[in-house]
Design a protein around this ligand. Sequence first.
Ligand code: NI
Length: 278
Amino acid sequence: MPAGQEDKARAFYGEALGLSEVTKPEHLAKRGGAWFRSASAEIHLGIDPDFRPAKKAHPALLVDDLQGLADRCTAAGYDVTSDQPLPGYERLYVTDPFGNRIELLRPAVQRARSGRPQAGEYADYAQKDLEFVKGDDAIEALESSRDETLDLFRTASGPPYAPGKWTIREILGHLIDDERVFAYRLFCLSRKEPRGLPGFDEKTYAAASGAEQRSMESLLGEYQAVRASTIAFLASLTPEQWLRRGVVNGYKASVRGLAFHIASHELHHLRIVRERYV
Ligand code: NI
């Protein structure tokens, strides 16, 4: 990098790419430049008085959320481009503030789509709510409802609309509880559990959860972790596993039916929050 532009380096490598800055050893710090690292990669930007950007030779960083990172870079004004596909990977290039080329890539996901569940693959009582879930893939539905939930709960406020109704935080806590239970159920079905699985009383669980005593930030963090876990598991399923069936809470269900149920239940609560709380 050229001299005296460490702030630009921090804006790109720190803020846009999300790397952490590493404090340089004292004897090297006076030379300027900046070092950054993630859990598994480290990039050292040294000062070159005769600087010319590296447009061809470049570091390649393996990332989890390629599109999210690309969106963030574009929003911050960095140039994001694509190139020839690389078998087995999705990849993009971004140009740092000094004109250096950086490659971002992630392994292409080979996963089976769930297809849309039919009646008989989920509880009868969920039928109406399920109509609000679009498409024919449970993972896409869960990614979409997750984004809506994060948008809404990051700014939602307002007291319960009637005595005895849940608060905003209790509703989010309830979504987390419900997903844990349903993800466990669909996991069991995918593993051919022969026994029926028990129901649970959501009101008792919510009252016992202590969600109201927690911060929204803590609840949102847990919510994201639970959803990421659910999606990671679903992404492992084969077409045949998606269709496996069993009995939960006294009704017959399939793996994909329960996955859709998580999304439909979530959208149901989002509608109530929009209508009655915010
Ligand atoms: Ni509910």
